[in-house]
Design a protein around this ligand. Structure first.
Ligand SMILES: *[C@@H]1O[C@H](CO)[C@@H](O)[C@H](O)[C@H]1NC(C)=O
Ligand SMILES: *[C@@H]1O[C@H](CO)[C@@H](O)[C@H](O)[C@H]1NC(C)=O
Ligand SMILES: *[C@@H]1O[C@H](CO)[C@@H](O)[C@H](O)[C@H]1NC(C)=O
Ligand SMILES: *[C@@H]1O[C@H](CO)[C@@H](O)[C@H](O)[C@H]1NC(C)=O
Ligand SMILES: *[C@@H]1O[C@H](CO)[C@@H](O)[C@H](O)[C@H]1NC(C)=O
Ligand SMILES: *[C@@H]1O[C@H](CO)[C@@H](O)[C@H](O)[C@H]1NC(C)=O
Ligand SMILES: *[C@@H]1O[C@H](CO)[C@@H](O)[C@H](O)[C@H]1NC(C)=O
Ligand SMILES: *[C@@H]1O[C@H](CO)[C@@H](O)[C@H](O)[C@H]1NC(C)=O
Ligand SMILES: *[C@@H]1O[C@H](CO)[C@@H](O)[C@H](O)[C@H]1NC(C)=O
Ligand SMILES: *[C@@H]1O[C@H](CO)[C@@H](O)[C@H](O)[C@H]1NC(C)=O
Length: 450
């Protein structure tokens, strides 16, 4: 039923767009020209209270044409000639609010103001920018809601509003923007559910909704986004199961759903996603066993830590020879550590701590020459450490360092490049028979080539 309603919504929006968008006419009905662009830019400047690098100094200089002002680009041909087409003012620490006058820049294709200190709302009037393709307001202090009017910017391909203080729900109207390639809304205070309508955005490659307060389940419609390469919804309050249809997203290179309250088992269809390089499902309530992942030959980071996974560690993980980080800590895994893990030549981090693993530590672990962090603490492992382990080059003896709290912050972020730099190397286990119960082995960080 939901599906039946949806095309109606789209055509409604389309009608709206067609009726307001194309002609360069202001809402007041006046024709807009380069003078109105000039005026709009000066209004924009007037709301910037602080400009530490004096980037806007040239703005308003009568002996310098508007099109040569810092960060302003104009069109060269046709109707666009001499009209502002791009405003590119990122990384300038500009402080102030975004003037609604930018909505008068009829031909604006790119509005890029990331990494400033802009506050206030994202102007709803941006919906008048019919030609807008790239909107980047990330890393500011913008608050208020994401204006649903953006859905009238029919050509929008990329929306980056990450790292602000945006509240409210993700407008389902955005689903009308069929050209969207990338939606990046991470680190805001967005609430409510992920609109299932987003499942109609067939061109979407990047969807990053992480670090918000989103609730509800992952919409099943997500499995329609077959062009998706990057899906990150980590650190929200999502519940329910990971939709098995996620196995349709064959181009997925990153799937990061860590730090939610997802339950149920890990869909075995994930084992079909052969492009996957990062799979992060840690800090959830996942149960069942680890599915077969041996086909994910590009996988370099696998984090399933802090769940309720049971069963044994699949020997097939030893076939993932691109892995450099394998973190399965804090589950209920049983059985032996597979010998095959010794094939993971690139492995830098191996954390199997806080499980119920038994048996000997396989000798093959000594083959892991890249290993800089290993934690097998709190298992039921027995017997001596394999002598081969002492062939792992850079052992140092240092006092233990609490790493759990640090770990929480690492795992909840995508943590790609912090993972190996910040965690510690621990191999002590109260159940090891040899006398290293309180010994902690650290490796110097310089051993890591990242
Ligand atoms: C721009 O438009 C305004 C009114 O819409 C008009 O007064 C002005 O002459 C125009 N300027 C140019 C350069 O065409
Ligand atoms: C607008 O265009 C006209 C005609 O090309 C030009 O003379 C004028 O200087 C332009 N005005 C601005 C503000 O760029
Ligand atoms: C205005 O622009 C001219 C030409 O680029 C430049 O020589 C002059 O210093 C600028 N004036 C100010 C006040 O920035
Ligand atoms: C947009 O342009 C129109 C016509 O020049 C003008 O009346 C209006 O004040 C402008 N709006 C803003 C927000 O600058
Ligand atoms: C937006 O700007 C940020 C900061 O410069 C950048 O990292 C990001 O890639 C940009 N997003 C898009 C979609 O261009
Ligand atoms: C994996 O893909 C194959 C071939 O496309 C399909 O037959 C199989 O059902 C898929 N497996 C899962 C678990 O989705
Ligand atoms: C997930 O697990 C945590 C910690 O065990 C628990 O507090 C929470 O209630 C669980 N959530 C769900 C949805 O099961
Ligand atoms: C893993 O690799 C070994 C040797 O390369 C191969 O014999 C085995 O079939 C592979 N296992 C799986 C589950 O793909
Ligand atoms: C390990 O197994 C024992 C007994 O089977 C059980 O009591 C304990 O809770 C398990 N520990 C973990 C971390 O799963
Ligand atoms: C350690 O490495 C050396 C040289 O690579 C090898 O000869 C030796 O057998 C290894 N020792 C153990 C205990 O694996």
């Amino acid at each position: 039923m939901v599906r039946a309603e949806f095309p109606m919504l789209v055509s409604l929006l389309l009608a709206l767009v067609l009726s307001t968008g194309s002609a360069p006419i202001s809402r007041a009905g006046t024709a807009l020209n380069n003078s109105s662009d000039h005026f709009a830019l000066l209004s924009f400047k007037s709301l910037i209270r602080s400009d530490p690098s004096q980037a806007l100094e040239s703005w308003g200089n009568r002996s310098m044409p508007m099109c040569r002002w810092h960060g302003v680009a104009c069109g060269r041909r046709g109707r666009r000639r001499g009209r502002v087409v791009a405003l590119d003012l990122g990384h300038l620490s500009l402080m102030g609010t975004i003037s609604t006058s930018v909505a008068n820049l009829t031909f604006l294709k790119m509005l890029s103001l990331p990494r400033n200190r802009l506050h206030g709302a994202v102007p709803s009037a941006l919906g008048h920018l019919w030609h807008l393709k790239h909107l980047n307001l990330s890393h500011n202090s913008l608050d208020g809601a994401i204006p649903p009017s953006l859905s009238r910017c029919w050509h929008l391909e990329r929306i980056s509003l990450g790292y602000n203080r945006l509240k409210g729900e993700i407008p389902r109207e955005l689903a009308a923007l069929s050209n969207l390639r990338s939606i990046v809304l991470f680190q805001n205070e967005l609430q409510g559910e992920i609109p299932h309508e987003l499942g109609s955005l067939h061109n979407l490659k990047v969807l990053d909704l992480s670090y918000n307060k989103l609730q509800g389940t992952i919409p099943l419609e997500i499995s329609n986004l077959v062009n998706l390469e990057f899906l990150q919804i980590a650190s929200n309050k999502l519940t329910g199961e990971i939709p098995p249809g996620i196995g349709n997203l064959v181009k997925l290179g990153t799937l990061a759903l860590s730090s939610n309250q997802l339950s149920g088992s890990i869909p075995s269809s994930i084992g079909n996603l052969s492009e996957m390089a990062f799979l992060g499902l840690g800090l959830n309530n996942l149960t069942g066993s680890i599915p077969s992942l041996h086909s994910l030959s590009s996988l370099s980071i696998l984090v399933l830590a802090y769940n309720d996974l049971t069963g044994s560690i699949p020997a097939g993980l030893g076939n993932l020879t691109s892995l450099y980080s394998l973190d399965l800590q804090q589950n209920h895994l049983t059985g032996r550590i597979p010998e095959s893990l010794g094939n993971l030549n690139l492995l830098e981090l191996l954390d199997l701590s806080f499980n119920n693993l038994t048996g000997l530590i396989p000798h093959s672990i000594g083959n892991l020459h890249s290993l800089s962090e290993i934690d097998l603490d709190n298992n039921e492992l027995e017997g001596p450490l394999p002598p081969s382990m002492f062939n792992l080059s850079y052992l140092n003896f240092l006092p233990p360092r609490s790493h759990t709290s640090m770990y929480n912050s690492i795992i909840t972020s995508m943590g790609l490049f912090h993972l190996t730099w910040e965690t510690t190397f621990q191999i002590y286990s109260s159940s090891l028979q040899i006398s290293i119960n309180s010994m902690v082995l650290f490796l110097p960080l310089c051993a890591m080539p990242l």
